[in-house]
Design a protein. Structure first.
Length: 271
């Protein structure tokens, strides 16, 4: 019998810390989440760079700079995927069942898992963001602060989405299949890789919440060329305010779905 009630704050901190320690002890996860997007950025920037030209006729916006925000979002996506796979592993090992039967609020368990994955994604995205200094990225302290907050919201939304998908999964193989047919196409059709100004792809971008995360990051990482040139490279680019509102709503929806989903027991949850 417990002599002291378990505080929700302690649960959140404990589960969040567990996710952080678990991730950084597994170097293969660190390399996989950061190395592959870095390779994509270098190879695609080198391959498509010669054929890319900014609409203003200048060279201020190279393809490497255009693709950079999309690569940052890809790092957030990969890290969210790797972080939420731990839900399946915890269920298999029995840890998740122990947490579920503990006398704690269910939302504290969800928040702890989501914060852990979100902070992991944010740290890796900031590390990659620091590499932008070598290709001309210069941010003032207010711009850097706004970028960190925006990346945190995007990471929270993607981690929540991964939580919703992983909660119903019984195997990591099934989760990887969902990643291949849903999560990666979601990124490819977000305007990260190429702009879509008209036709069916443009409509897909309008309904894809991740597209607003990529667009919002484009507004923040303006590369000293101004929002006008960045917007000119993609005339249908939503405004910065719209990007913030949609991304915040995306994070709120995935958090709510994660909380609600955790209230339902699956066959894997049964003791």
């Amino acid at each position: 019998m417990l002599t002291h009630p378990v505080r929700a704050r302690d649960v959140v901190i404990a589960l969040c810390s567990r996710e952080l320690v678990r991730f950084f002890r597994q170097r293969n996860r660190v390399i996989g989440a950061l190395g592959q997007p870095l390779m994509f950025w270098v190879l695609f920037a080198a391959g498509f760079g010669p054929s890319f030209s900014a609409p203003d006729g200048g060279t201020s916006l190279s393809y490497g700079k255009y693709f950079f925000p999309g690569t940052v979002v890809l790092i957030l996506l990969f890290t969210a995927i790797f972080a939420t796979i731990s839900i399946i592993e915890d269920r298999r090992e029995g840890f998740l069942q122990s947490v579920l039967v503990a006398p704690i609020p269910r939302w504290s368990m969800v928040l702890g898992k989501l914060l852990g994955g979100t902070l992991i994604a944010l740290v890796q995205a900031l590390f990659f963001l620091a590499l932008g200094w070598f290709v001309g990225l210069r941010l003032t302290p207010p711009e850097l602060a706004a970028t960190i907050v925006f990346l945190f919201v995007v990471a929270l939304a993607l981690t929540g989405l991964g939580f919703v998908i992983a909660w119903r999964m019984d195997s990591t193989q099934g989760f990887h299949a969902i990643m291949s047919v849903f999560l990666l196409p979601m990124w490819l059709l977000s305007g990260a890789f190429f702009p879509a100004e008209s036709g069916p792809l443009a409509w897909i971008l309008r309904v894809n919440p991740l597209a607003y995360g990529v667009a919002g990051l484009r507004h923040l990482l303006h590369w000293q060329v101004g929002d006008a040139i960045v917007s000119a490279s993609q005339p249908s680019l939503p405004s910065a305010a719209t990007c913030w509102l949609v991304t915040l709503a995306f994070a709120a929806v995935t958090w709510t779905l994660s909380w609600k989903m955790a209230g339902y027991r699956t066959t894997g949850d049964l003791l």
